[in-house]
Design a protein around this ligand. Structure first.
Ligand SMILES: Cc1cc2nc3c(=O)[nH]c(=O)nc-3n(C[C@H](O)[C@H](O)[C@H](O)COP(=O)(O)OP(=O)(O)OC[C@H]3O[C@@H](n4cnc5c(N)ncnc54)[C@H](O)[C@@H]3O)c2cc1C
Length: 453
């Protein structure tokens, strides 16, 4: 077990994945590790948006470096934005807090009917409230899926009906549930969440409606894998949120942990054995050129980051990248915005390599250096997300292109032309990635237009 290491490269020998290069996060030493196969379980890339509900250490580096070594990246534009999070409250915030999905079982989502109504919620009578999810989706109400709930909250805020100081929040109100079931019952169900909310916002949800706003939460895209969880690189297996499988464009609640368990307990123990049984695996050592050149490349990149000595911090670049993606490749996208985002990301990336400031040294615990490497990858990966979003000429789940919507403003799919997984192949620095299509074949279910009306 090698803890406190960050994978910086995948090593291929005779086109098979045979090891990794890592940086020891405590000593800064670059190490090489050889193996018969490589299994990546390095999580999702939602932190490309800077603010997300994910842990601060989540990143795309392992996936991105594997992509650069030939593993296809599938559906990178599919990210899930969760409707039930504590709203952003300041520029210097580094993380967002998820409140549980379960709260929408009893909480009612609403905004004032009139834009700009700044009365406190207890002063807004029933007749002046818009329970917009219940009104628009009578059969599902507050329990519509995450993408629909998120987009509708954004729409209300865009109409000027958002609440709180920033206007980027909607109410999640337990008043009716408390009067129906009593405070004790609601406390038994959600007491821990209410306490957490109160600690963060200083408001008591038993007395005053919660304020919530969507936040980036999960990456449905990831490295392409087959049913054995092997990527397009022989011997490179990818499990959990790091792969693209199972969730399509709109992951449903609880399915991620199920996937993690299924991948780890039930699939990989058998499929990796199958690979070993069929593959030729000549002996290797970490002194051979494939390892030494990958280690040198990792070390050179680290040196390069340290030598720039510019004026902007790593977080400053990351925050700007996240802002671009949130604005143009977030809950709702359009062609013009996506094209703009691509240009903005390219110029931000070029500034990063001239003007980033990474303090400290290589051979030490250096979190700025760690983050710099991750943000450098996010700056390339963000462009891949935008390329993928531009190529998908339809709306589906987490990818909502405003140019493709039904008369009722719901996502309009184009199953004739886009019922496929988009898998991208790295073509080299500065070159557009190459598109590959895996058609989706449905044998037992018929594709239909979703409706929660
Ligand atoms: C707040 C929150 C609540 C959630 N609630 C639910 C829920 O109720 N139900 C549900 O099904 N799902 C839920 N999810 C989603 C689910 O938790 C994740 O999808 C799941 O934990 C992903 O597991 P994983 O093992 O694939 O990746 P992770 O748990 O993200 O683990 C990846 C690990 O790899 C490490 N790593 C990353 N890059 C490198 C590298 N280059 N080198 C070395 N190590 C690296 C990371 O530090 C991390 O430790 C929630 C997610 C969040 C953020």
């Amino acid at each position: 077990m090698f803890s406190r290491r960050e994978m910086l490269d995948l090593v291929l020998v005779n086109e098979q994945a045979r090891g990794i290069v890592v940086r020891n996060l405590v000593t800064g030493e670059i190490e090489s590790h050889g193996a018969d196969a490589v299994v990546l379980c390095t999580g999702g890339y939602a932190n490309v948006f800077f603010l997300s509900t994910n842990a601060m250490a989540c990143n795309v580096t392992a996936n991105y470096r594997a992509y650069q070594k030939g593993a296809l990246f599938a559906n990178p534009c599919f990210t899930q934005i969760h409707p039930t999070c504590i709203p952003v409250h300041g520029t210097y915030q580094s993380k967002l807090t998820l409140m549980s999905e379960s709260l929408r079982n009893d909480g009612r989502v609403w905004v004032p009917k009139t834009a700009g109504d700044k009365r406190s919620p207890d002063q807004i009578p029933e007749s002046d409230r818009d329970y917009f999810l219940e009104r628009k989706y009578p059969s599902f109400g507050n329990l519509v899926p995450r993408d629909v709930a998120s987009r509708n909250a954004k729409e209300q805020c865009d109409l000027g009906k958002g609440v709180g100081e920033t206007g980027l929040a909607v109410y999640l109100d337990f008043r009716d549930a408390i009067s129906r079931d009593g405070k004790d019952v609601i406390g038994q169900k959600y007491g821990n969440l209410f306490q957490m909310y109160e600690k963060i916002t200083a408001d008591d949800p038993y007395e005053k409606p919660m304020m919530i706003y969507p936040a980036v939460h999960y990456a449905m895209g990831g490295l392409w894998v087959d049913y054995n969880l092997m990527s397009t690189v022989p011997g490179l297996f990818v499990l959990g949120e790091a792969n693209f499988s199972d969730h399509g464009a709109n992951r449903l609640g609880a399915s991620a942990l199920m996937q993690g368990l299924a991948d780890g307990y039930f699939v990989i123990p058998y499929t990796i054995g199958g690979y070993f049984a069929g593959a030729q695996l000549p002996k290797i050592t970490t002194t051979q050129s494939e390892f030494t050149s990958a280690a040198r490349k990792a070390s050179d990149r680290t040196q390069r980051l340290l030598s720039i000595n510019g004026k902007r911090t790593v977080d400053d670049f990351h925050r700007e990248l996240g802002g671009i993606l949130w604005e143009y490749c977030g809950m709702a996208r359009n062609d013009e915005g996506l094209a703009k985002a691509r240009t903005l990301i390219q110029s931000l990336r070029s500034e990063f390599w001239k003007n980033v400031k990474v303090p400290g040294v290589e051979r030490d615990l250096n979190q700025s250096l760690e983050r710099a490497g991750r943000v450098a990858d996010f700056l390339e990966f963000g462009e891949l997300m935008v390329i993928d979003a531009l190529a998908r000429r339809e709306s589906c789940g987490g990818h909502f292109n405003e140019g493709f919507q039904t008369e009722e403003n719901e996502a309009l799919r184009d199953d004739d032309n886009f019922c496929h997984v988009a898998a991208w192949e790295y073509a080299g620095e500065g070159k557009d990635p190459q598109f590959h299509k895996e058609p989706l074949v449905f044998e037992n279910v018929k594709l239909t237009q979703r409706s929660y009306k």
